[in-house]
Structure formats: structure tokens, C-alpha cells
Ligand binder design. Structure first.
Ligand code: ADP
Ligand code: MG
Length: 218
């Protein structure tokens, strides 16, 4: 889907005080596009991803996915939209520690009411894609940091999202391991056309994106 962001503003309100974060941001993201997002800490990168991914609402302005002005939908429809179209990866993997890699990747599929068999096949396929076929029964604590993040990536992509939102997915990894995660994301984009917006503080990683967006404090 193409994403048309028009005059997007977002403020938080805390103790009756307005905290303006995003101001009048307009941006067109074409289907299949890969975008890096950089900017100083606290500038609003995570806020932008949250609003883009419908985890939060704009204060004003619109985000239109193809013909769908998504925040105008009711809550149930927004949730359904998010479930179908959005995948998230964060700096910390947020895997469930008691579950194996396989079960962690199956979880969002089971939550979307897929059968156990289908969920398991898909999860195995995704773990193979991220190079972890030999680690499917390991729990997060039995995996390296890079492997944990690969599982988180497999989990985020298992339902075939239209858009992958990655909030500093390499922030906790060394340069080489981080680059491997980014390479996997590029390779997935090439095969399946998933749109990607990736927040990073790493200049080299940012430079590997054709389209780069920087948020600045004014
Ligand atoms: P970044 O990801 O670029 O570091 P964030 O989007 O997390 O920045 O935060 C942007 C600004 O909004 C920060 O000043 C932060 O303190 C503030 N902020 C973030 N979330 C909330 C919230 N839920 N309530 C109030 N202020 C918030
Ligand atoms: Mg952030």
C-alpha cells in the first residue's frame, strides 16, 4: 500500500501541559519503499512509528493507506487493520522467555486464529528465512542477542505485513550482527515488497537506505 501522510501533528498531554512532538509532518511513502529514520533522542521517532502503525492517534493531520484513512476507522477496525498490515520490531526483542523460538513465532499466528499446523509450518519457514532452522526449540535465554532479534524479526513478519516498522532494531547489537538483521530486512523487502521504516542511530546503516528521513528539533 502507498502511505500518504499529511500535516501530521502529535502532542502528548501530561498534567494539563501540552508536549508537542511532531509538527506538520507530510510524507509520501510508496509501496515497497525502504526508509531509514534518524534524529536525536527524544525528537519523536518512536512516536512517529506508533502513530504510523496505529498504536497511537494523531493530534491532527491524516495518514491514508491507499484509500483508507486509517485513524478515522473505529477502534475494532483499526485493530483489525493493524493485525493485518503492520509488523513491529523493537530494540529489545520482547520474546516470551518460557516459549521456544518456534512457539514465539507461532504466537501471533495463533492469535490471528490460524490452525496450529499452518502456524507451525509458517513459523518454521520464517525461522529458516532468518537462518535459525537449527535453533527452533531454543528458548530466548538460550539464544545470542543477534539470534533473539532474528526470532523477533521472524515473528514480526510471519503474518505477512504490508509495512514493517522497526524501532532501533539493531540498537542493542554489535555492528556486524546489526548489519545482518538489516540485510535480512532488505532481502525480505526484495522478495515480498514489504514497506519498511527503520529507526537507527547508526550512520552506516542509515546510509545503506536509498531514502533517508531525519527528524530535527526546531
Ligand atoms: P525518540 O524515539 O525520537 O527518542 P519519542 O518519540 O520516544 O522520541 O519521544 C518524543 C518526546 O515525547 C520525548 O520528549 C518524550 O519525553 C515524549 N513522550 C513520549 N511518549 C510520551 C507519553 N506517553 N507521554 C508524554 N510524553 C511522551
Ligand atoms: Mg525511540
Amino acid at each position: 500500500m502507498d502511505i500518504d501522510i499529511r500535516n501530521l501533528s502529535k502532542s502528548y498531554y501530561l498534567h494539563g501541559k501540552e508536549i508537542p512532538v511532531l509538527r506538520n509532518l507530510s510524507l509520501y511513502i510508496a509501496k515497497n519503499e525502504l526508509i531509514s529514520l534518524t534524529g536525536p533522542s527524544g525528537v519523536g521517532k518512536s512516536t512517529f512509528l506508533h502513530v504510523l502503525g496505529t498504536l497511537d492517534t494523531p493530534s491532527s493531520g491524516t495518514i491514508t493507506y491507499d484509500d483508507c484513512q486509517v485513524h478515522a476507522l473505529n477502534d475494532a477496525k483499526i485493530a483489525a487493520f493493524r493485525n493485518k498490515h503492520i509488523g513491529y520490531v523493537f530494540q529489545f526483542h520482547h520474546l516470551l522467555s518460557e516459549l521456544s523460538a518456534l512457539e514465539n513465532v507461532m504466537m501471533p499466528l495463533l492469535m490471528r486464529r490460524q490452525s496450529r499446523n499452518l502456524a507451525q509450518d509458517k513459523a518454521k519457514e520464517m525461522l529458516a528465512f532468518v537462518g535459525l532452522s537449527h535453533r527452533v526449540l531454543h528458548k530466548p535465554g538460550e539464544l545470542s542477542g543477534g539470534e533473539q532479534q532474528r526470532v523477533a524479526l521472524a515473528r514480526a513478519l510471519a503474518h505477512g505485513p504490508t509495512v514493517l516498522l522497526a524501532d532501533e532494531p539493531t540498537g542493542n547489537l554489535d555492528e556486524k550482527t546489526g548489519q545482518e538483521i538489516v540485510d535480512l530486512i532488505f532481502s525480505y523487502n526484495e522478495s515480498f515488497g514489504t514497506t519498511v521504516v527503520l529507526v537507527t542511530h547508526n550512520q552506516r546503516i542509515s546510509n545503506s537506505f536509498k531514502k533517508r528521513l531525519t527528524l530535527t528539533k526546531d
